[in-house]
Design a protein around this ligand. Structure first.
Ligand SMILES: NC(=O)c1ccc[n+]([C@@H]2O[C@H](COP(=O)([O-])OP(=O)(O)OC[C@H]3O[C@@H](n4cnc5c(N)ncnc54)[C@H](OP(=O)(O)O)[C@@H]3O)[C@@H](O)[C@H]2O)c1
Length: 506
C-alpha cells in the first residue's frame, strides 16, 4: 500500500496489517505557517478586497445543506454575499423525495425568510452522494461543476457518536477524498473548505493547536481495510482500530483531515474545526435550530418537555459551545482568507479559551430558560440536573426517566395509541452514554489563526461576519437557545406562552 505523503513515517501495525504513523506532519505548510505565527500566515494578502466582493461573480458548491450547519451556511452566503453567481448543492435523494423537493423545503424554512426570491433562484440542487465517485453526480452535472465551481464548502458528514466504522469511513473519509479529487479537477478552483470538528483531536492532552495532528493510521489503509472486510469483522476490530478515540465519527474526521492535507496538491484548503455548535446567536434570527442531532441541543429539547431530567458530566469542566451563525461566518471568512494566501490553514471555532462556560452553568442556564419559556407539551415537570457520579446518574435515570416512561407508555397503549416514551428514553440514555466522554472532560483549543483572521477583517466585514466568541453573554444566549428549540424544533407558537407558563406553574 502506498504512503501518499512522504513527510509521514508509517509502520506496520498488526490489527490492520498496514501502517501506523510514527512521526512527521501531514502537510508541512500548515505546521510551518502555524509556527511562524499569524503575521507570517497573513503575508501575501496583496489584493485586499472585502469578503462579499471576493464572492462576486463566483460559483460555490456546498455539501450538507439539508443539515443544520449547511443550511445556515447557504443562507448566509445568499444574504451576505449577494454578488455570487450560483450556489450548487449536492443533495441525496431520500425517502422518495426528489432533490428539487428537498431544496424547495430548505428554501421555504423560516431560516430563509430574509433571502429574496432573486437570491434563492441562484441555488441549484444536484442529485448526488458524496461517498460515491464524483459525488454520484450525473456526467452533465459533474462537468458543470468541474467547469464552473470556484469555492467548495464540504460540510456533509455522517455524524453519529455510535457510528459503525464502515459507514463513517465511507462517508467521512472516502467521501471527502472523492470531493477533494473533484476539486483538484475544477478548472477555476480557488479554495476547498472542509468542516471538521475540534474533537477530532480529543486524544490530545495538551493545548490543541491549529495544525494537522498525524493520525495513527493512514487514511487509505483504513479505507482499504473497511472496503475489503466483512461488516462483522470490522465491528469486532473497531475498538482496536479506534483505540483511545471515543467514537468512529471523531476518528474518521481526523483521518479526513490527514487525507486532505496529504492529497490536496495545489488546492488551497481551509479546515474549520468547530467545538459544540448550538443555535444561532442573532442571524438571521436568534435561536435557529432545525434538528437536535447534537446531543447538547437534544438535551435542551428533552429537558424542556421534562423528558430528560438528568445529564452526566463534570460541572466544573468547560462546555465549549459556539453559535451556528458564528460558524457560518467563520467558514466564509476562512474561504476568503485561504483563497488569497494559498496553502492549508486550520481555524478553531471555540469559546473555551476566551469566554468559558462550565457544564454546571450550561445546565443551570438551560433550566432557567425553560422556566422562562416553558413548553405546553410537557411529559413531566421540567427539572434537570447535571450529575457527576455515573452511578447516581444511572439510578436517577431509572426512577426519573424509565419508570415514568414505562407507566405512561402502559397508559398510552391501554388507550390504543403507540407507546413511544420508553423508546425515547432508551435512545436518550444511549446517546448520553456517548456524549458523557465530552461532558466529563475539557480541552483548550488554541485559536490564533481564527483570532488573527478576525483582526484582519475590515470593520464592515467584521460586523457582517462575526465569529468572535468573547462577547457572548451566556445567560442571554442560553435563553435564546431554549426559545429557539421551542419555536423551531418543537414548533410551539409564541402566542401560547401564557398557557405554557400557567401549566408550568401548576
Ligand atoms: N453540529 C455540531 O455541533 C458540529 C460540531 C462540530 C463539527 N460539526 C461538523 O459540521 C458538519 C455539519 O454538521 P451538522 O450538525 O449540520 O450535521 P447534520 O445536521 O446531521 O447534517 C449532515 C448533512 O450531511 C449530509 N450527508 C450525510 N451523508 C451524506 C452523503 N453521503 N452524501 C451527501 N450528503 C450527505 C446530510 O444529508 P441528508 O439530509 O441527506 O442526511 C446532511 O445534509 C459536519 O461535518 C460535522 O462534522 C458539527
Amino acid at each position: 500500500m502506498k504512503n501518499s505523503n512522504p513527510s509521514i513515517n508509517y509502520e506496520k501495525t498488526p490489527e490492520l496489517g498496514n501502517f501506523t504513523v510514527l512521526s512527521g506532519n501531514p502537510d508541512k505548510t500548515s505546521l510551518n505557517l502555524w509556527m511562524m505565527g499569524p503575521s507570517a500566515q497573513a503575508s501575501g494578502t496583496a489584493d485586499d478586497i472585502g469578503i462579499p466582493e471576493f464572492f462576486n461573480n463566483r460559483t460555490a458548491l456546498v455539501t450538507g445543506a439539508t443539515g443544520f450547519l449547511g443550511g445556515i451556511l447557504v443562507e448566509k452566503l445568499l444574504r451576505s454575499c449577494p454578488g455570487l453567481t450560483r450556489v450548487y448543492l449536492i443533495i441525496r435523494r431520500r425517502n422518495g423525495q426528489t432533490v428539487e423537493a428537498r431544496l424547495a423545503r430548505i428554501l421555504s424554512l423560516p431560516l430563509f425568510s430574509q433571502v429574496s426570491d432573486e437570491q434563492k433562484a441562484k441555488v441549484t440542487a444536484l442529485e448526488g452522494d458524496v461517498s460515491e465517485v464524483d459525488a454520484g453526480l450525473s456526467p452533465e452535472d459533474r462537468d458543470r461543476v468541474l467547469r464552473e465551481v470556484e469555492i467548495v464548502f464540504h460540510v456533509a458528514a455522517y455524524i453519529n457518536f455510535n457510528a459503525g466504522l464502515q459507514r463513517a469511513v465511507r462517508i467521512n473519509v472516502r467521501g471527502s477524498w472523492r470531493l477533494l479529487d473533484m476539486a483538484k479537477r475544477m478548472s477555476k478552483i480557488k479554495v476547498f473548505v472542509y468542516t471538521s470538528t475540534a474533537y477530532c483531536n480529543c486524544t490530545q492532552e495538551d493545548v490543541v493547536v491549529e495544525k494537522i495532528y498525524p493520525s495513527r493510521l493512514e487514511p487509505q489503509d483504513v479505507i482499504e481495510y473497511v472496503e475489503s472486510q466483512q461488516p462483522e469483522k470490522i465491528a469486532e476490530q473497531q475498538p482496536n482500530i479506534l483505540r483511545n478515540h471515543p467514537n468512529a465519527y471523531v476518528f474518521t474526521k481526523l483521518l479526513a483531515e490527514n487525507m486532505i492535507s496529504a492529497n490536496r496538491g495545489d488546492v488551497p484548503v481551509a479546515i474549520v474545526r468547530p467545538a459544540i455548535v448550538m443555535g444561532t446567536l442573532k442571524e438571521p434570527m436568534p435561536g435557529w435550530v432545525d434538528n437536535v442531532n447534537n446531543g447538547i441541543t437534544a438535551f435542551v429539547a428533552g429537558a424542556g418537555r421534562g423528558v430528560f431530567r438528568t445529564i452526566h458530566g463534570d460541572g466544573f469542566k468547560v462546555a465549549d459551545l459556539v453559535p451556528a451563525d458564528g460558524f457560518a461566518s467563520l467558514v466564509i471568512a476562512a474561504a476568503w482568507d485561504v483563497a488569497k494566501t494559498g496553502g492549508l490553514k486550520v481555524y478553531h471555532h471555540s469559546s473555551g479559551g476566551d469566554n468559558p462556560i462550565t457544564w454546571f452553568d450550561y445546565c443551570r442556564l438551560i433550566m432557567k430558560g425553560v422556566a422562562k419559556y416553558p413548553n405546553t407539551g410537557l411529559v413531566f415537570f421540567p427539572r434537570a440536573r447535571l450529575r457527576y457520579s455515573k452511578l447516581r446518574n444511572y439510578i436517577h435515570a431509572l426512577f426519573a426517566h424509565y419508570l415514568p416512561a414505562f407507566v405512561l407508555d402502559l397508559v398510552i397503549s391501554l388507550m390504543g395509541d403507540k407507546p413511544m416514551l420508553m423508546d425515547i428514553q432508551s435512545r436518550y440514555f444511549k446517546g448520553m452514554q456517548y456524549t458523557s466522554f465530552f461532558t466529563c472532560r475539557e480541552w483548550l483549543f488554541d485559536k490564533r489563526n481564527t483570532d488573527d483572521l478576525s483582526s484582519r477583517l475590515s470593520p464592515d466585514d467584521k460586523e457582517k461576519f462575526d465569529f468572535e466568541t468573547k462577547h457572548i453573554d451566556w445567560p442571554s444566549y442560553m435563553e435564546t437557545c431554549v426559545l429557539g428549540v421551542r419555536r423551531f424544533y418543537h414548533k410551539e407558537p409564541d402566542k401560547n406562552l401564557h398557557v405554557a407558563r400557567a401549566i408550568h406553574w401548576l
